[in-house]
Design a protein around this ligand. Structure first.
Ligand code: HEC
Length: 104
């Protein structure tokens, strides 16, 4: 019985640490977008057809305006379905947009 309290405290501490860990835009992009935007996936193939190979991989692009990315994510574009706030919060979208529009 005397071990219950320390163990509970320890698990609470671990839980808090994992909550506080910042999620990067790159990580969110990998989780939420790469399923269609990695090489060989649906989004990459559609962009390659419409815009050419050199603009097919989204996270290698340097020509994406932040407002355009936001618009496409919330409203969809052709075969890309709109992504709701239930799936990607506004805060998460900010991080993804920052990642995609950062100089690289
Ligand atoms: C279910 C698959 C799917 C997912 C998930 C997805 N996309 Fe797309 N996306 C597409 C497809 C397909 C296109 C190409 C539409 C076209 O050009 O016909 C596209 C196009 C785009 C474009 C337009 C690029 C341009 O130059 O016109 C942007 C920006 C974009 N996606 C951003 C994102 C972001 C950011 C995420 C993650 C939050 C995401 N997409 C997740 C399928 C997806």
């Amino acid at each position: 019985m005397k071990y219950v309290l320390p163990v509970t405290l320890l698990s609470l501490l671990t839980f808090n640490v994992s909550l506080a860990e910042p999620v990067s835009g790159e990580r969110l992009y990998t989780d939420k977008c790469a399923i269609c935007h990695a090489a060989g996936e649906l989004g990459t193939m559609a962009l390659s057809r419409r815009l050419g190979n050199e603009r097919a991989i989204l996270n290698e692009r340097t020509d994406l305006p932040a407002e355009y990315v936001r618009h496409v994510v919330r409203h969809g574009l052709n075969a890309m379905p709109p992504i709701t706030r239930g799936d990607v919060t506004d805060q998460e979208l900010d991080l993804i947009v920052e990642f995609l529009t950062a100089p690289h």
